[in-house]
Design a binder for this molecule. Structure first.
Ligand SMILES: Cc1ncc(COP(=O)(O)O)c(C=O)c1O
Length: 454
C-alpha cells in the first residue's frame, strides 16, 4: 500500500512565512559536522533505522559533547553530576500535570518527590509549610512567568518595574501579559539604581507596583538590594497592599543562602515569589526550575479540572515528572554542607580567574558574593565560541560553576593572552574602554589602570 499520504512533503522551514525567516538577525548555523554524520542525523528514510546505527550516531554525539564540556565557561549550567542511579526511570513516562499538592488521576507521577523538593526550598527561603505554594517548572523563565502572573492577579493594574540588566524573559513577559513596564537604570555592579526607581515610582504613584528583583543579573551577577527597594517603596508611599515583589534568582537564588554575610532572600520580608533555575547551580540534565509563592495568592489562579483530577494552577499542562526526582536526588546527595562547599569553591575559583586576568593586565570585574567574572568582549568570534563565552555589547563573562577547574581556567587564560597579542595589533581593540560597564578601576584600557583591591 502506498504510504505517501502520511509522509509530509514540506520542510520545517517552509512552514514559516518567508517574512519570519528573512527577518531573523542571526543566520542559521551550519554545524561543522562530517558529511557522514550529517547524513546519519537527517530523518529521510521511510523505514525505521536499526538500533546499532542509532547507537553509533549517539556515541559520536557524546564524544562531541565531551569535547564541548571541557571548555564550557560562559553559561551557568553545572555539568558536574552523575545520575546513573536514576537511569531506570527512563523506562517510564512520568507526568506531574496539575497541582503537586493535590496529585492527579494520572498515577505515573512523581509529585511526592516534588513536594519534598518544594518543602526544602520553602525552608531555605523561610516560609512555613502551610503558608506556601509552588511547583517544579521548566526553568527560570517559567518561574518568572508564574511569579509575575501571581503579582498581576493580585494587582491587575500594576506597573512592572525591572532593571535594564534583567533577563530577557522579563521584558518578554511584560509583552506577553501586555503590562506597562518601566525599565530602571543600574549601577556599575548591575544592581538596580534605587534613585531612578524612586523617581519612576513617584511619577506613577497612582498605580500599584510589581517589582521584578534580580537576585543575580544574567551578565554581571549584580544583586538588587531587597531592603533598599522595600525602603524606597515605603518612602514613595506604597503600602504593603500596593506592591508585589518577585525575586528572579535563576542562579544566585540557589547560591546566596550559602554565602556568609550575603543578603537574605526570605519570605519574612514582604516578597511575593521567588524563582530559580534547577539546572543552573544544582545541575540537572534537563532544564527545570522552582517557583515558590504565598499560598494565599493561589486561589485567584486556580481552576478545578475534572479530566486530570487536579487543579490547574501551573503555566504548562503536562509537567516533567523526572525533573523533580533529579532535583530531589541532587539535594539529598549533596546536603546543605555539600552545597555550601560547592558555592565556596565556585566563588574561590572565580577570584582565582579574576586575579589571573588582572595580573596579566586584563581588566575584570567580580561582584561580591558572585562567581561571574566580567571582562572585555574578545575580538574573535571563534575564540568566543570555542570557550562558550556569553557576550553582550562590549563585555563577556565566565560563570565559574562546579565543573570549571583551575586547569580549565589556566588554559583559558593562556589562550586568551595569546589571542590578545594578535588582537592588539588592531588599534580599535586597544582603545575600547569598558569603564562604564565594569568600572574604571577594573577596566584596564589604555586610559585606565587596574586598581588592586585585595
Ligand atoms: C537572571 C536570570 N533570570 C532568568 C533566567 C532564565 O532562566 P532559564 O534559562 O532557566 O529559563 C536566566 C538565565 O540565564 C537568568 O540569568
Amino acid at each position: 500500500m502506498a504510504m505517501d499520504f502520511i509522509i509530509p512533503r514540506t520542510h520545517a522551514t517552509e512552514l514559516l512565512s518567508s517574512k519570519v525567516v528573512s527577518n531573523a538577525n542571526f543566520s542559521r548555523k551550519e554545524e561543522n559536522l562530517p558529511i557522514d554524520i550529517k547524513e546519519n542525523l537527517a530523518i529521510t528514510k521511510c523505514s525505521g533505522e536499526t538500533q546499532a546505527n542509532l547507537a553509533s550516531v549517539i556515541t559520536h554525539y557524546v564524544e562531541t559533547l565531551n569535547q564541548y564540556s571541557l571548555r564550557n565557561l560562559g553559561y551557568p549550567t553545572n555539568q558536574n553530576f552523575n545520575y546513573d542511579t536514576l537511569a531506570s526511570l527512563l523506562h517510564f513516562h512520568l507526568n506531574n500535570a496539575g497541582d503537586p499538592f493535590l496529585g492527579s488521576s494520572f498515577s505515573l507521577n512523581s509529585t511526592r518527590f516534588e513536594v519534598c523538593v518544594l518543602d526544602w526550598f520553602a525552608n531555605l527561603w523561610e516560609i512555613e509549610k502551610n503558608k506556601y505554594w509552588g511547583y517544579v517548572t521548566t526553568g527560570g523563565t517559567e518561574g518568572n512567568l508564574h511569579g509575575i502572573l501571581v503579582g498581576r492577579e493580585q494587582l491587575p493594574d500594576g506597573i512592572l518595574y525591572t532593571s535594564q540588566d534583567s533577563h530577557y524573559s522579563i521584558f518578554k513577559i511584560a509583552r506577553m501579559y501586555r503590562m506597562q513596564c518601566m525599565k530602571v537604570s543600574t549601577l556599575v555592579s548591575g544592581e538596580i539604581n534605587c534613585v531612578d526607581l524612586k523617581a519612576l515610582l513617584l511619577a506613577h504613584k497612582d498605580k500599584p507596583a510589581i517589582i521584578n528583583l534580580n537576585i543575580g543579573t544574567t551578565m554581571k551577577g549584580g544583586v538588587d538590594d531587597l531592603d533598599l527597594v522595600i525602603q524606597t517603596l515605603q518612602e514613595c508611599g506604597f503600602t504593603r497592599d500596593r506592591f508585589y515583589i518577585h525575586c528572579d534568582g535563576a542562579l544566585f537564588g540557589m547560591m546566596l543562602p550559602f554565602v556568609e554575610q550575603a543578603p537574605r532572600i526570605t519570605f519574612e520580608k514582604p516578597i511575593g515569589s521567588v524563582a530559580i533555575s534547577g539546572h543552573k547551580f544544582l545541575g540537572c540534565p534537563i532544564p527545570c526550575g522552582i517557583v515558590i509563592t504565598r499560598l494565599r495568592y493561589i486561589n485567584a489562579l486556580s481552576r478545578d479540572v475534572e479530566y486530570i483530577g487536579s487543579r490547574d494552577v501551573t503555566i504548562t499542562g503536562s509537567r516533567c515528572g523526572h525533573a523533580p526526582i533529579f532535583l530531589w536526588y541532587a539535594i539529598k546527595r549533596k546536603g546543605l554542607i555539600g552545597l555550601q562547599n560547592e558555592v565556596r569553591k565556585c566563588i574561590m575559583n572565580a577570584h582565582y580567574l579574576q586575579s589571573r586576568l588582572r595580573n596579566a593586565g586584563i581588566g575584570a570585574m567580580l561582584n561580591r558574593f558572585s562567581s561571574t567574572v566580567v571582562f572585555k568582549r574578545p575580538l574573535d568570534e571563534e575564540f568566543t565560541r570555542r570557550w562558550n563565552l556569553a557576550c553582550k555589547g562590549n563585555i563577556a563573562h565566565v560563570v565559574v560553576m562546579q565543573h570549571v577547574t583551575i586547569e580549565m581556567l589556566d588554559s583559558f587564560v593562556a589562550e586568551f593572552l595569546q589571542k590578545r597579542s594578535i588582537w592588539f595589533e588592531d588599534e580599535q581593540f586597544q582603545h575600547v574602554c569598558i569603564a562604564k560597564d565594569i568600572g574604571s578601576g577594573n577596566c584596564g584600557c589604555s586610559m585606565h589602570t587596574i586598581q588592586c583591591h585585595d
